[in-house]
Design a protein around this ligand. Structure first.
Ligand SMILES: [Zn+2]
Ligand SMILES: [Zn+2]
Length: 344
């Protein structure tokens, strides 16, 4: 195979490898000949009320499970009324054929309301309230990691009806499990293998390179950076990385928490500006699993997976080839970063 530069591949179909998972994404930049519309749609109709009597997440309202929410002022965390996981599940293994393997799982699912306000998304919370969300996440991880049965905590948010969010009230979730999730397990192994070979964390080296190259960097504050990863699969996917060593959320000091809240808010707002509509997305944090023997190889990071492709109504679907073979994109990550930066 001929050695070439990335620039030389920029207009030809090529695969890019995700070093966190080992997966490949097919990039087809030659299909992007159509001019960029930059279509901005009018914001969706009716404004939300500050408090919705029918919302099961607003203060003082009844929930489907029968409980009533307190008159909370900051964040509010409760166990999901219809959890996918249950605590105290006995450990068991089943296999009734050589190819068949099932393992019991113990854990819990929680909902985290960001504020009492039904109508204020994370990006528009007062800075102190945004910091409060980061600190609530941190307290949850610390509390859950103290439990013997819990090894992996996944914090995430589904935003927008199209993403399966059950309520417009700004909130996220956490699912805590005994076993590592598929993605965290892959990233744990990949970062450990990288560290063993190169002697420093994979994501530290990625960020050092990307800050010099600058073409996939979106923006930064004094402690955190946002970039479109070289291996992004969703059109405007980003990675949020610290510019200091921190395997887990519980390693952050107050200034680092403040700066994370700031960059998270700015990124949410940037996404909403891109097509002039609240961007439907899933996002969440990957942290070192509690029992990982590879903590020094880990860097805490957040993934943002927004689904819009060209406008408020044209979204990317992962279907067909993607389901059967692997992810594919037309827009290059470099072009996506340029548009997210708002470059002319
Ligand atoms: Zn509400
Ligand atoms: Zn990750």
């Amino acid at each position: 195979m001929t050695q070439t530069t990335l620039a030389a591949l920029a207009t030809a179909p090529h695969h890019r490898r995700n070093p966190l998972t080992g997966d490949w994404v097919l990039v087809s930049p030659h299909r992007m000949q159509r001019p960029w519309q930059g279509q901005v749609d009018a914001p969706p109709g009716a404004a939300l009320p500050a408090h919705d009597p029918a919302c099961y997440l607003c203060p003082r309202n009844p929930r489907a499970g029968g409980a009533t929410n307190p008159d909370y002022q900051g964040t509010f965390v409760f166990d999901n009324d219809f959890p996918a996981l249950l605590p105290h599940t006995p450990t068991a293994h089943a296999s009734e054929a050589p190819w068949m393997e099932a393992r019991s799982e113990t854990g819990l699912c929680r909902v985290i309301c960001y504020s009492p306000r039904h109508d204020v998304p994370f990006g528009r919370l007062p800075p102190e309230a945004a910091l409060g969300v980061i600190q609530t996440w941190t307290d949850q991880v610390r509390d859950l990691y103290a439990r013997p049965a819990i090894n992996c905590v996944q914090l995430f948010e589904n935003r927008g009806e199209g993403m399966g969010a059950s309520s417009p009230h700004p909130h996220g979730q956490l699912w805590a499990t005994s076993q590592l999730s598929n993605e965290v397990d892959k990233e744990d192994r990949a970062q450990a293998a990288w560290y063993a070979t190169h002697g420093s964390p994979l994501l530290t080296q990625v960020l050092d390179f990307e800050r010099r190259a600058a073409d996939r960097l979106v923006f930064e504050n004094d402690l955190w950076s946002v970039l479109v990863p070289f291996w992004a699969t969703w059109p405007f996917e980003t990675l949020v990385l610290p510019r200091f060593a921190a395997p887990c959320l519980t390693d952050l000091d107050l200034p680092q928490q403040r700066a994370l809240a700031d960059i998270w808010q700015r990124l949410c707002n940037r996404y909403d500006q891109l097509f002039g509509t609240p961007m439907p997305l899933s996002c969440g944090l990957h942290l070192a699993p509690k029992a990982s023997p590879h903590r020094q190889a880990w860097q805490l990071h957040a993934h943002f997976f927004p689904v819009l492709l060209r406008s408020a109504t044209v979204r990317k679907f992962m279907v067909g080839y993607e389901m059967l073979a692997g992810p594919q994109r037309d827009l290059t990550p470099e072009e996506a970063a340029r548009r997210l930066r708002g470059d002319p």
